[in-house]
Ligand binder design. Structure first.
Ligand code: FES
Length: 406
């Protein structure tokens, strides 16, 4: 069978060990083409090639129904490609939004244990169940850590530069492929032991008590990819921390109206959405998404989710938006367009502009200067936004004041 597999490009590999310690292969030496390492390698030292692979056939059993599939496939791909539609089994619940092994949204029960279908390969005799009823969801989590600045939706008036404002976790897995990912050690981690929502909520609650933070935050990676895990996390957090500010930091790409409703109902009262740009072409550059239709869908969804929250939850949810400035991809004209677009929704929305610095695959980026970020702030305030924060190399500069919070 001819299929795409991934090989190491030795001429680009710098032996950084990212693929041995963070994004670790589950089928070493027998690539199944899951592409997790291909997306994760910071030095792009992986190449996709067409290879004639052995087509040994193995038998798997899915919820009691037997199926024959080629051996060198991920569980997800085997189910997608070879599961007979006539079997009557519903595969619609099986989604793999990150395809990196981080979010655990694709998990199924494999030989009695919850496991990820996107990075694990099929084995002869493997027993799979798609019925996750009563099984606790899992997700890879980094932190918690206390934070003095917070994220794009952390209310600016809580930040004074001295006290901790949030206890935060960062979850692995993302559906975007930003070449300058600012948090890639988390995003591409598929090897850390995952946590249940209750375990993560307990750790966050402990951190909040120790550092006396008014808020608790969930960032990433992209937290929304594993809906069941996230909703349960917020329910536990609300129960353990009545009255606290519970903050979701999201790229906004897959949030639907009913998802937002469910989050608010679960206790989330502080949401940050990051459309990143004002123009689709810029968004595609920042996110690394080459498929224009998909990029457009994500981009529009982020903006329309902001509108939905403003129209329905402004009393209950403190909302913030995030944008990614760097002169490499954004002009001051686009900054003004962004401001006008936000003003047309609601000029009170808190807007945070991050000065994207060199990271991951974009070591060549030049970090914006402090004066560039001041100019971005001036432009956004000039079109009527009331709450603008810019991140700079010397700290965050808040709305309508000149204070700098390190
Ligand atoms: S899709 Fe498999 S872990 Fe995210």
């Amino acid at each position: 069978m001819l299929r795409k597999i991934v090989v190491i490009d030795e001429s680009s590999c710098v032996k950084c060990n990212f693929c041995r310690e963070v994004n670790v292969c589950k089928s070493p030496g027998k690539c199944i083409g899951c592409l997790s390492c291909y997306y994760a390698c910071p030095y792009q030292a992986r190449r996709m090639i067409d290879d004639e692979v052995e087509d040994e056939i193995v038998k798997i059993v899915v919820d009691g129904v037997e199926c024959e599939v080629p051996r060198r496939l991920s569980v997800k791909e085997a189910l997608e490609r070879f599961w007979p539609s006539s079997s009557g089994l519903d595969l619609r619940g099986l989604t793999a939004p990150c395809n990196l092994g981080g979010c655990w949204a694709c998990a199924v029960v494999i030989d009695g244990k919850l496991e990820r279908s996107c990075v694990n390969h099929v084995r002869d005799g493997m027993r799979i169940s798609l019925n996750l009823e009563g099984i606790e969801p899992l997700r890879i989590v980094h932190g918690p850590q206390p934070h003095k600045v917070g994220g794009k939706a952390t209310p600016w008036y809580e930040v004074n530069g001295y006290r901790y404002v949030e206890s935060a976790i960062w979850v692995a897995g993302c559906n975007l492929r930003c070449p300058q990912c600012q948090n890639y050690h988390v995003t591409y981690d598929n090897s850390t032991k995952p946590m249940t929502p209750k375990e993560a909520a307990e750790k966050l609650t402990g951190c909040k008590r120790v550092y006396d933070t008014p808020g608790i935050a969930v960032s990433g990676g992209e937290p929304t990819l594993n809906r069941k895990w996230l909703i349960e996390l917020f329910r536990f957090l609300r129960e353990m921390n009545p009255g606290a500010r519970l903050h979701l930091d999201s790229n906004g790409t897959i949030l639907t109206e009913d998802y937002v409703d469910e989050l608010v109902e679960a206790g989330c009262n502080n949401i940050g959405i990051e459309p990143k740009a004002g123009r689709l072409s810029t968004y595609m550059r920042i996110t690394g998404i080459r498929d224009k239709d998909l990029a457009e869908k994500y981009f529009n969804n982020a903006w329309s989710t902001v509108k939905y929250i403003v129209d329905n939850y402004l009393e209950k949810v403190y909302l913030g938006m995030g944008f990614a400035y760097n002169s490499d991809w954004m002009s001051f004209e686009e900054v003004a367009e962004i401001g006008e677009k936000v003003v047309s929704i609601d000029p009170r929305i808190q807007v945070t502009v991050l000065d994207y610095f060199p990271a991951f695959r974009r070591g060549d980026l030049r970090r914006p200067t402090v004066s560039e970020m001041f100019r971005v702030k001036e432009i956004l305030e000039g079109v009527g936004l009331r709450t603008v924060i810019v991140q700079t190399r010397v700290g965050h500069i808040g709305p309508r004041d000149k204070s700098i919070h390190h």
